[in-house]
Design a protein. Structure first.
Length: 278
């Protein structure tokens, strides 16, 4: 059974209890989401062959510090970095290090900044130099999947409608949706109710209501959907070593549809579209 509660009276995650946010929550998420998106825009000019992902982590940390924000992942459950950097066959939660990026890599950078207690959560793909056509196609399909999920995010629909829309796009291109990781409620908590599966059946799951705030963050694999966690306890990779891509927005359900809190101020969220314009 699902219960909806006024978010102002809720301070911890409770299974099956979904907070509904008012004007204060939406305004808080606008500020947090905008700052996160600005930071990810800044990283665009640094994603080049030879640049280590530790440099991207440092830039994100310094940006947060200079803007009175806190990276949510820093020391979260022992994690020691401000971003996650997931390269090629890494599905998510890749750890920044001092190895340089290589021409042809694709990398997802996942960043959440806490601004005045609100969590702005987003991730996007970055191509490193010239990438292969199959890598381009994977990114195109991943972003198309997110767009399809966003189109389904409105009152009267369900979380299952979001997942089904994403799944249809990915599997229609003979790619697969990762099942092991999901989108999630967000706001004054990093991870809250509801969970947002990126696959599913239309009309099932949780009914969407105005005031719900959550992420949609599909992870799409060129091969099979199966993943494994490496010995570091964080890094998730594709079992068949095929490429994986992810993109993520934080959104709020409104009376007529949804509001995206993490839109790129520079129009850089989709790197392939940004390249076409440049």
């Amino acid at each position: 059974m699902v219960t909806y509660v006024d978010a102002s009276a809720k301070s911890r995650r409770t299974p099956g209890v979904i907070p509904l946010h008012g004007a204060e929550g939406f305004e808080g998420m606008r500020k947090a989401g905008a700052l996160t998106a600005q930071a990810l825009d800044i990283l665009t000019e640094y994603v080049e062959p030879g640049v280590p992902t530790s440099k991207l982590d440092q830039i994100a940390y310094e940006f947060a510090r200079d803007n009175d924000a806190v990276p949510a992942t820093l020391f979260y459950k022992g994690y020691r970095h401000s971003v996650c950097t997931s390269i090629n066959h890494v599905v998510c939660h890749g750890i920044p290090d001092d190895r340089g990026l290589r021409e042809g890599d694709i990398v997802n950078v996942d960043l959440t900044l806490i601004v005045d207690g609100w969590y702005g959560d987003s991730s996007r793909m970055y191509p490193v130099g010239e990438i292969s056509r199959k890598a381009e196609r994977l990114i195109e399909v991943t972003y198309a999947g997110l767009e399809a999920g966003l189109a389904a995010a409105k009152p009267g629909n369900t979380t299952g409608d979001i997942g089904a829309a994403i799944q249809a796009v990915a599997e229609g291109e003979r790619m697969s949706v990762v099942r092991d990781f999901v989108g999630h409620g967000v706001g004054r908590l990093f991870h809250d109710e509801p969970n947002i599966l990126h696959f599913g059946t239309p009309g099932t799951g949780v009914p969407l209501k105005p005031g719900m705030i959550f992420t949609i963050e599909p992870m799409i694999n060129l091969g099979k959907p199966h993943v494994k966690i490496l010995s570091d306890g964080w890094t998730a990779v594709t079992r068949d070593r095929t490429l994986s891509a992810q993109c993520e927005h934080s959104i709020g359900i409104t009376e007529t549809g949804h509001e995206i809190f993490t839109l790129s101020p520079g129009g850089l969220f989709n790197p392939l579209e940004a390249r076409k314009r440049s």
